[in-house]
Design a protein around this ligand. Structure first.
Ligand SMILES: Cc1ncc(COP(=O)(O)O)c(C=O)c1O
Length: 497
């Protein structure tokens, strides 16, 4: 049979994998699972049992039913809990209980995390773990801080500096609502008119935005555009944008480029440094599995993170891109500042002059939650055991398998003589233009209600966007080909009824 490696190779080359005749069987899915090189990583997660997923109280479970697992397909919204999260969080609670305030600077030995870092070092630790996932040149380009929308605002405070001529932001037609609110409120906060300063890329009839149309819009508005802000993966359609090409084009026109990577990080391979992205933001509760509302991440390209003593910068002619001279002593990119952006070497001197930590970590404001950081670090410990190329290889195969089985439902519906297809996949068919998620637009009517009932009955957790989109997200860290088979089988029973 075709191996996962062969499937992903074909998919990376833009071809459909060759499936055996029995591809639409439980046995075939099980064979794929047996040769999955990262199948052991599922063991690192708490997969909710059917009993757990239907829980109405935290009183002890009936252990007899404990082995029946639910089918969790919602990692694009909230990832499952890695077992290490509990270990790392408990270790920090124990540290706090044991040594109190000394935990800020004292690292303790711990069997799971060995050693458990001092709280002051945890952000740098998480940055190191995330740097690999986003393709940063070093951990200095990455920070764990705040939450996604807050970071979007902080980044725009630094990177959206509209002038009379360059005031526009190029975004897309349907950003995640929080991004829309952030973009519009930033424009308004600068005293500008959203109708004149926000440019929205429009999709075609299939809700697809081609790279060519993005580049053409950039060309049309280049002279007036200050910022391009797009999602790496569009949350509704699941389209993965060509981040490298779009970034290069916009930057060549003097436009600052930022990306919201909420749906891309931990999902697809990223090379933010090499792609020359100015900044990026992401949350950590989807594919990174750090828990609901957990501390978020941001990337700031190294060219924007430099900090130089003012005298040195003026005397030796160091050129630091787009800098203001701040206060008495240092030159650095303007930003909204707080004491935790201050260099660790002097942070506790309580000086009046702000001396930022070089790099992305100089954009922090407050003392971050060590519990949040422990949760993130524990979640990233799973990623420390693998790499994005391996995960993406499985993901390409897993998502293509889901697509193949869904397309078979469409063929069956057609051969049964159904007038209109029961659904349409609005995520691009090109594997290079999507991540793990397939968005399925259901035919008008009451299909969504029927599907929801069937999924609940089968203990499937899947995300819906009203009025009629379901988003299927097989996550390579913990979902299997058998999961995909079972879920599509339930969908088939409703969609062909
Ligand atoms: C693309 C995108 N942007 C922004 C957000 C908002 O994130 P937060 O509530 O963490 O600020 C989300 C949340 O799911 C999202 O998917």
């Amino acid at each position: 049979m075709t191996t996962i490696a062969e499937m992903s190779k074909a998919l990376r080359a833009g071809q459909k994998p060759a499936y055996a005749g029995n591809a639409n069987t439980r046995a075939y899915a099980a064979e794929l699972d047996a040769q999955d090189p990262v199948r052991h990583l599922r063991e690192d997660f708490i997969i909710p049992t059917k009993q757990m997923i239907n829980r109405t109280s935290l009183s002890p479970l009936d252990s007899e039913e404990e082995t029946q697992q639910s089918l969790y397909f919602c990692g694009n919204s909230l990832g499952l809990q890695p077992k290490t999260v509990g270990e790392y969080v408990r270790a920090q609670l124990e540290t706090w209980a044991s040594i109190g305030v000394k935990g800020h600077f004292k690292a303790l030995d711990h069997p799971a995390t060995s050693p458990i870092p001092a709280w002051q070092d945890m952000v740098a630790g998480c940055a190191k773990q995330m740097a690999r996932l986003v393709g940063a040149a070093s951990a200095d380009e990455v920070v764990a801080m705040n939450t996604l929308t807050v970071n979007l605002h902080l980044m725009m405070a630094s990177f959206y500096r509209p002038t009379a001529t360059r005031h526009k932001i190029i975004a897309e037609w349907k950003p995640f609502p929080s991004d829309s609110y952030a973009l519009e409120s930033q424009i308004q906060w600068h005293g500008l008119d959203v109708a004149k300063s926000l440019v929205e890329l429009q999709p075609d009839d299939n809700l697809y935005i081609s790279t060519e149309s993005v580049l053409a819009t950039i060309d049309e508005h280049a002279a007036e555009t200050a910022l391009l802000l797009l999602p790496g993966i569009q949350y509704y359609t699941g389209q993965l944008f060509d981040i490298a090409r779009i970034t290069a084009h916009a930057r060549s026109k003097g436009i600052v480029v930022g990306w919201d990577l909420a749906h891309a990080v931990g999902n697809v391979e990223l090379q933010l440094h090499d792609w020359d992205v100015d900044f990026a933001v992401w949350c950590t509760y989807k594919y990174l599995n750090a828990g609901p509302g957990s501390i978020a991440g941001a990337f700031v390209h190294e060219r924007h993170g430099q900090v130089a003593p003012k005298a040195a910068a003026t005397t030796n002619g160091t050129s630091i891109d787009d800098l203001d001279v701040r206060h008495a002593g240092f030159e650095y990119r303007p930003r909204l500042s707080g004491w935790y952006g201050g260099d660790l070497g002097v942070r506790f001197n309580m000086a009046k002059t702000f001396q930022p930590t070089p790099g992305a970590q100089g954009f922090q404001l407050s003392n971050p939650s060590a519990i949040d950081l422990a949760s993130l670090s524990g979640a990233l410990a799973v990623y420390d055991k693998t790499d994005m190329k391996t995960l993406r290889n499985k993901s390409l195969a897993l998502t293509a398998y889901a697509e193949k089985l869904l397309n078979e439902i469409l063929e069956e519906a057609k051969s049964k003589g159904d007038e209109a297809p029961p659904f349409r996949i609005i995520t691009p068919a090109n594997p290079a233009e999507r991540g793990a998620q397939l968005s399925v637009l259901l035919r008008d009517g009451d299909i969504l209600a029927k599907l929801t009932e069937a999924m609940n009955n089968a203990d499937i957790v899947m995300d819906q966007r009203k009025p009629n989109v379901i988003r299927i997200a097989p996550v390579p860290l913990y979902n299997t080909f058998s999961d995909v088979y079972q879920v599509v089988d339930v969908l088939r029973s409703v969609l062909l009824a």
